[in-house]
Ligand binder design. Structure first.
Ligand SMILES: [Zn+2]
Length: 311
């Protein structure tokens, strides 16, 4: 039993249910929501979020992790509006993605940045009492840059201090999950509370098993974009067959709104199912491939619960 911060307050980990661990309510860039509101339609973003989350709820989804950080334009007004009018538990993130503000890279220490993350987890974000429930970090195919190392070490220290898990963005092709794990281990992070995201960017099963063998969650979480969902589902089935069902998570990484392009369609034409793709297509395909309902339940429910609990 672990308390988890959601937008509407703390819930117990047993209340999570079927969970999408890597998604986005609305994306732009740092400062855009506050400084250039003409580039967005917050009402439309809120409506899209409520509509899509309620559709996902009707297909069994009970919790949704929005890993949108400040440098991805996290917008507290939109987050709050969607949480208040949808039935799904929404967990939001502190941390920093790839657009690390330059002044932070040259101006603060890992401990100082960790303290800011801890404040967003324990006190609130942007003068609200809404608290982050997860820490997001990102490493590109370039590997760990000085700015990225600052963020990874700060996230590690905030995770250790608060008990909150870390969720990462990676280039799976460049296997940078391993570089992230090396820093987490150096900092003493409990790897059972680490989720290595975008791991479905490769079909290298040896790399993927390695993440699971380190006790990290293998995030097969870009179902909403370009790559072939059927091929990816075959890899997921292979991971389950090889015993990694307790370490494999499925999510879409779909942004329900891109606030800088209000007219943009909310989902790619290639994926009319949006954040219901996994429940409508992927899970039935896994069953066709011989994966049991109990394995699917483990992936969709227990993996998220264990990540937050550190089990
Ligand atoms: Zn993402």
């Amino acid at each position: 039993m672990t308390q988890i911060n959601t937008v509407l307050g703390a819930i117990d980990s047993s209340e999570l249910g079927s969970t999408l661990l890597h998604e986005h309510l609305a994306i732009s860039s740092a400062g855009i929501p506050q400084v250039f509101p003409e580039f967005m339609d917050k009402d439309a973003a809120s409506e899209a979020g409520i509509r899509e989350l309620n559709a996902a709820y009707s297909e069994g989804i009970r919790s949704y992790v929005d890993v949108t950080t400040m440098d991805l334009g996290r917008d507290m007004a939109v987050v709050k509006a969607i949480a208040e009018q949808s039935k799904v538990h929404i967990i939001i993130a502190t941390g920093i993605w790839l657009d690390i503000p330059r002044s932070l890279v040259t101006g603060v220490t890992p401990d100082q940045l960790a303290a800011a993350f801890v404040r967003e987890i324990e006190v609130g974000i942007e003068n609200t009492d809404i608290k982050a429930g997860i820490i997001k970090v990102a490493t590109s195919e370039q590997g760990v840059t000085p700015g990225n190392e600052l963020v990874l070490r700060a996230a590690s220290r905030a995770a250790i201090q608060t008990g909150v898990p870390i969720s990462t963005h990676t280039s799976a092709k460049a296997k940078v999950g391993n570089d992230q794990i090396a820093i987490f281990e150096d900092e003493g992070v409990d790897l059972k509370k680490v989720y290595i995201g975008h791991s479905d960017g490769t079909d290298d099963l040896e790399y993927l098993r390695g993440l699971g063998d380190k006790q990290c969650v293998i995030g097969m979480d870009t179902y909403g974009s370009g790559l072939n969902w059927e091929e990816r589902t075959a890899i997921v089935a292979a991971l389950i067959e090889q015993g990694y069902e307790t370490k494999t998570a499925l999510s879409h990484d779909i942004a329900l709104s891109f606030l800088h392009v209000p007219e943009q369609e909310r989902t790619a034409p290639s994926n009319p199912d949006g954040i219901c793709l996994i429940s409508r297509k992927v899970l039935p395909r896994l069953r066709e491939l011989g994966i049991s309902d109990s394995s699917i339940e483990t992936m969709m429910v227990d993996v998220a619960k264990n990540l937050f609990e550190g089990n």
